[in-house]
Ligand binder design. Structure first.
Ligand code: GSH
Length: 218
């Protein structure tokens, strides 16, 4: 596969940011195509992503949806610092973190807590205290599972050892802690807090920061 790289994504999408973090770590230039998955999607986009979500990566004529496939493809295809550990145990832990984030983390941390306590109020959209409370409760076991993986030290170690586990988790934690309840919840997990302190100042995170300041009644 060859050709230019194009990323279809939404500026406030946490999964789009995951792909951008991986592209940034590989120092890859790409064309950004803005697509809002919460609006009526054009037919040409649904042909690329039958589930109508973001992101989609195009590499030449090769189209790929599902962020876990996208970030692994980026790492396997392009030169630069590897984003997947060689050791089988560490690689399994990396896959485990990605799966935990997808299966148990995204909805409570982002769609419930962040969206209802930060995004919707900023965008002047209706929000629900009940969703905030349920998101916070459901996020705690997720943080606990991630804390024990961070404590073990095979992934989520911070420092120079940046893997796809960091690419997938960091954007979720960033949104989660923009809610005051989330910020306080993270403090109970020392290894994850240490990891976050390290990872949050990486250029790949700073330069992909979704600017929420432009949100407003539109
Ligand atoms: N399984 C997809 C999930 C992507 C996803 O849920 N993206 C969100 C934005 S962060 C989306 O497109 N949501 C639109 C919707 O729920 O209708 C992946 O791994 O890429």
């Amino acid at each position: 596969m060859t050709g230019p790289i194009k990323l279809y994504g939404y500026r406030y999408s946490v999964y789009t940011r995951v792909a951008k973090v991986a592209l940034h770590r590989k120092q890859l230039a790409f064309e950004n195509v803005e697509i809002d998955p919460f609006s009526d999607l054009p037919k040409h986009y649904l042909a690329l992503h039958p589930f109508g979500r973001v992101p989609v990566l195009m590499h030449g004529s090769f189209a790929l949806h599902e962020t876990g496939a996208i970030t692994r493809y980026i790492d396997r295809t392009f030169p630069g610092d590897p984003l997947q550990p060689e050791d089988a145990g560490a690689l399994a832990r990396m896959d485990q973190v990605i799966s935990i984030v997808d299966s148990y983390g995204y909805v409570p941390m982002v769609r419930q807590l962040f969206s209802h306590s930060v995004f919707r109020p900023l965008a002047d959209e209706p929000f629900s205290e009940d969703e905030i409370a349920r998101g916070l409760e459901a996020s705690k076991p997720v943080l606990a599972a991630l804390e024990s993986l961070a404590a073990e030290g095979l992934v989520l170690t911070g420092g120079d050892a940046f893997t796809l586990a960091d690419c997938h988790l960091a954007p979720m934690i960033d949104y989660f802690i923009r809610a005051e309840e989330g910020r306080r919840a993270l403090l109970a997990f020392p290894n994850l807090s240490r990891w976050w302190k390290d990872v949050s100042v990486q250029p790949a995170m700073i330069e992909t920061d979704p600017d929420l300041s432009k949100l407003g009644p539109g």
